[in-house]
Ligand binder design. Structure first.
Ligand code: IMP
Ligand code: MG
Length: 177
């Protein structure tokens, strides 16, 4: 059962905050004072907002544009990626940093990376808060990873189970699946 009672903390709010700061420093080193981010809705919203605040503190300007895709139903990837909301800004000849909550099979990010390169982006890099390496089906890696996590279904910090648990300030997993 997926309910709050059997939810355990995997990554605390303090560790999340600290790691987001470190990611911001890494991004600044590579991008300088301006970065264009493509935020993958809906799961990456909380992560992205915090990352942007940290980037702002160290004088990096963030321009962003959301994109929405879906591939999940409950806890299962359907194996097919649907584009639900497209970007509005022109990314031709731009360096794009995709900000995502989690890489699991890699299907979503492979799709997004190819899609943006087709639209003429000069470069596409990936920043993912979480990485479930054990589940990868596509040979794709993020350029910036917050945490490598075990093969557990996680929620919180923007990430949902059927639209619930996004509002938690930590990353959690269910002790009984
Ligand atoms: P992929 O295409 O299999 O790499 O899946 C990526 C997407 O699946 C992520 O953007 C998440 O939205 C969702 N996802 C993958 N693992 C989890 C999880 O453990 N909890 C909630 N959503 C997940
Ligand atoms: Mg996602």
């Amino acid at each position: 059962m997926k309910n709050l009672k059997n939810l355990k903390v995997l990554i605390s709010p303090e560790r999340l905050e600290e790691r987001v700061k470190e990611l911001a420093e890494m991004i600044k080193k590579d991008y300088g004072h301006k970065v264009f981010c493509s935020v993958v809705l809906t799961g990456a919203m909380v992560f992205f907002t915090n990352l942007m605040k940290e980037l702002k503190k160290i004088n990096v300007e963030v321009i962003y544009d959301p994109i929405k895709v879906s591939s999940y139903s409950g806890t299962e990837s359907t194996g097919k990626v649907n584009l639900e909301l497209d970007m509005k800004q022109d990314i031709k000849n731009k360096r794009v940093l995709i900000v995502e909550d989690i890489i699991d099979t890699g299907l979503t990010l492979k799709y997004l990376k190819e899609y943006m390169l087709r639209k003429g982006a000069a470069e596409v890099k990936i920043c993912s808060l979480l990485d479930k390496k054990a589940r990868r089906k596509e040979p794709i890696e993020a350029d910036y990873v917050g945490f490598e996590i075990p093969d557990k279904f996680i929620v919180g910090y923007g990430v949902d189970y059927n639209e619930r648990f996004r509002d938690l300030n930590f990353i959690g997993y269910f002790s009984e699946e």
